[in-house]
Design a protein around this ligand. Structure first.
Ligand code: BGC
Length: 732
């Protein structure tokens, strides 16, 4: 059946392609931003937004551009989106020569975040902290539903960047530092977005980004050089893309960075040999924003823009996110006319673009399908999933003297710069690119302070701001208010940002926030630190003086409610860190450290001394591990290994535990890591309940990328670690 449909689609693509001119093909490979169709200048669209029909004609009829993306500086309601998409599709289909629908793309990275009234979930770093792929898949499915409800069929998500450099301003847009966790979460999102049938009115095409090595800029700044040996690239960065491609992901966006001196947009080895030939990716490859031009202006591998177009096309891109003129299209046409690029090369790309448009059903239903109903758009049920995911992401990092949860009648002082705004719950990519106007678009939603007041009543929750991001406010007022309460919730963290706007030089928290922390600690009242942030800002100068610490990442619109749920115990925290929380700004070592990073020479310091470990996080109950059992003490290269472990809830309340299985190859020709995550499972146990959890390891789980850049395994001892249990086996 599947085969027949594919063959039919291919036939329709071929028929259309045969009728297309070079100009029309180059047009299909062009993607422009919405500003290019509206009245006003680029980045200064006139209010109220309206189409500039001359611009529409140029783009959709004269150039027949294949794709449009983005918002023009502000979000739309669902109805506004439907008007926008209808106008674009009607023009393109009814007026252009071939009547090809436009492929509209958007960043819906934590919910349909460029539409008002939708459901906003935690950002990816928080999703990863839930260690609950089923819930992440459900969130992605809701995002697909609400995005398609706006007539938009293409989502630039998930990011599979494996961010191992916490300074990087897009750290929070990824699933953290571990390869396996990225791969599992990435697959969950792709499945949630694409479902089984892309033409369904409730699914969208995903877009894997940013391929590849984007998450590891050496200096921590966005879009700057990465130096990643190929061995390392294959072992740590490629697997999430490989798994997502195997799960059927239809499109992929190229990284704006460079690896080992080669901009990824110019790297045919990465874009063709690895992506197409090895991974077997057959879908559409789109550039990132302006990146072909950047081959000339930033990376300087092309002496002019036309040369840049030639290089990128040769390297294997299918569509250029230009996004603000038609220079790519013009150059591409010239290059074909001059014989520098064969027309057949355009055919390859256009085939992929048209195929996706057919698969999405855009030729039949360019805006919405008549049989679809979107009653659940922004519904209570969708919000409930967001609240659950936010609740499951929140990570209890410290809880001395079982200070949390708070009793219902606790008199609470809320203070700090992240307490009283929706902006700090959502981060960037929220209503606008930098997320700075979130409070304007979320009237009626509950920030941390308001959610706590809604929960406990105004009388029990007082508030003094104490500081802004980097300015101390009235500390005396804080001290006076503190004298009246039983407990202080200190809300610190970051402003909103993404991409280069979030570049910074120092992971330390601004001095003003540390000063507020010191002031509240000095009151002698118990203090809970709540961090709302996209990357781990250093708290080592005061964290030892706190009894309890909650990390909420960027939990989305339901974050305030979820924080109240956790603080008062309606939800037992089950989030676990998806990255290593550093103790010092300049000591950034990931959990999968090498032995040379943990074995000090003589009296030197160890390199690995984090504030909180990858995978760590507490619960209001306690769990104990026993009897780690392996099916065999010795295995051969083709065997599988069964592993069982007994986990019990030894505390007083029900809770969720994340059973994490790590493996260590004791000796290997490439220095082995101290441990690598191989499996995990999130389980629910009632107080006193015990369960035996089983895992299976396959031969490939024992492999690493060897000197010859191939996955290999070597005989010898391996150690399996689960909780505080460990056991060894031999590969013979
Ligand atoms: C970002 C991408 C995003 C694209 C389209 C770029 O600047 O790097 O992540 O998908 O813009 O908005």
């Amino acid at each position: 059946m599947e085969k027949t449909i594919n063959a039919h689609t291919d036939q329709m693509v071929d028929v259309l392609l045969a009728r297309m001119s070079v100009r029309e093909k180059a047009g299909q490979m062009t993607q422009i931003t919405l500003d290019m169709l509206l009245v006003g200048e680029m980045y200064q669209v006139e209010e109220p937004h309206r189409f500039d029909e001359q611009k529409v004609k140029t783009a959709l009829i004269d150039y027949q551009v294949g794709s449009v993306l983005n918002i023009a500086g502000k979000p739309y309601s669902r109805d506004e989106w439907l008007d926008v998409i209808s106008h674009i599709q009607t023009t393109s289909i009814n007026t252009s020569r071939l009547g090809i629908p436009v492929l509209y793309g958007i960043d819906a990275v934590h919910g349909t975040n460029y539409t008002t009234g939708t459901t906003l979930f935690p950002q990816e770093i928080g999703m990863a902290a839930s260690w609950n792929p089923a819930l992440v898949k459900a969130a992605a499915a809701i995002t697909a539903y609400e995005t398609r409800a706006c007539g938009i069929p293409w989502n630039f998500s998930p990011a599979l960047d494996v961010s191992r450099q916490p300074l990087w301003p897009r750290f929070w847009e990824s699933f953290g530092e571990d390869t396996y966790l990225n791969a599992i979460m990435g697959q969950a999102m792709v499945e949630g977005y694409e479902g089984d049938d892309l033409s369904s009115p409730y699914q969208v095409s995903s877009c894997l980004k940013h391929y590849i090595g984007y998450g590891m800029p050496l200096n921590g700044k966005d879009r700057t050089p990465a130096w990643i040996p190929e061995r390392f690239l294959r072992e740590y960065y490629l697997p999430p893309f490989e798994q997502a491609v195997a799960s059927g992901a239809r499109t992929l966006m190229v990284s704006s960075g460079e690896i080992n001196g080669i901009p990824t947009h110019a790297n045919d080895y990465i874009l063709k040999d690895i992506l197409r030939d090895e991974l077997g990716f057959e879908g559409l490859v789109v550039t990132d924003w302006e990146d072909i031009k950047f081959l000339h202006t930033r990376h300087r591998v092309a002496a002019d823009h036309k040369e840049a177009v030639r290089i990128a096309i040769k390297a294997g891109i299918d569509m250029s996110m230009v996004p603000d003129d038609f220079s790519f299209t013009d150059h591409l046409i010239e290059l074909v006319e001059e014989g520098q690029i064969p027309e057949s090369r355009l055919d390859e790309s256009v085939r992929r673009i048209l195929r996706l448009k057919f698969e999405l059903g855009l030729f039949d239903h360019p805006v919405l399908r008549d049989d679809a109903n979107y009653d659940a758009f922004g519904s209570q049920a969708h919000r409930q999933t967001a609240r659950q995911l936010a609740g499951e992401s929140i990570t209890l990092l410290k809880n001395e003297n079982a200070r949390l949860p708070l009793a219902a009648d606790t008199k609470l002082l809320v203070t700090g710069c992240t307490a009283n705004s929706m902006r700090h719950l959502n981060g960037g990519w929220s209503y606008t690119w930098q997320g700075q106007e979130t409070d304007t678009y979320t009237k009626g939603e509950l920030n941390v302070l308001n959610a706590l007041r809604a929960h406990s009543g105004e009388a029990l929750v007082s508030y003094v701001p104490g500081c802004t991001y980097d300015q101390v406010l009235d500390l005396d007022e804080v001290r006076q208010a503190a004298a009246q309460v039983d407990h202080i919730l200190l809300c610190l963290g970051e402003e909103t940002y993404t991409e280069f706007h979030g570049n910074m030089d120092d992971l330390n928290l601004p001095a003003a926030q540390v000063e507020l922390a010191r002031a509240v600690i000095a009151t002698g009242k118990p203090v809970t630190l709540l961090m709302l942030q996209g990357r781990p800002r250093i708290i080592s100068s005061f964290v030892d003086d706190l009894e309890s610490v909650l990390l909420a990442y960027l939990p989305g619109n339901e974050g305030g409610n979820a924080i109240a749920d956790v603080l008062y115990g309606a939800v037992n925290p089950s989030g676990r860190l998806p990255f290593t929380y550093p103790r010092y700004a300049n000591a950034l070592v990931t959990y999968d450290r090498k032995f040379s990073e943990i074995s000090p020479i003589q009296n030197s310091r160890t390199c690995y001394d984090p504030q909180f470990e990858f995978g760590s996080g507490l619960s209001y109950t306690s769990f104990a591990y026993r009897n780690l059992w392996l099916s065999q003490p010795q295995i051969q290269a083709t065997d599988t290994l069964e592993i069982r472990v007994e986990v019990s809830n030894t505390g007083q309340r029900a809770g969720q535990e994340i059973v994490q299985l790590y493996l260590r190859d004791e000796y290997a020709s490439i220095t082995p890591a101290f441990k690598r995550l191989k499996r995990f499972r999130k389980i629910h146990l009632e107080a006193g309940q015990k369960e035996v959890i089983s895992f299976t390891l396959y031969p490939e789980d024992l492999c690493f990328v060897g000197h010859q850049l191939e996955w290999i395994m070597e005989k010898g001892s391996f150690t399996v670690m689960v909780g505080d249990q460990q056991n060894t086996f031999e590969l013979i």
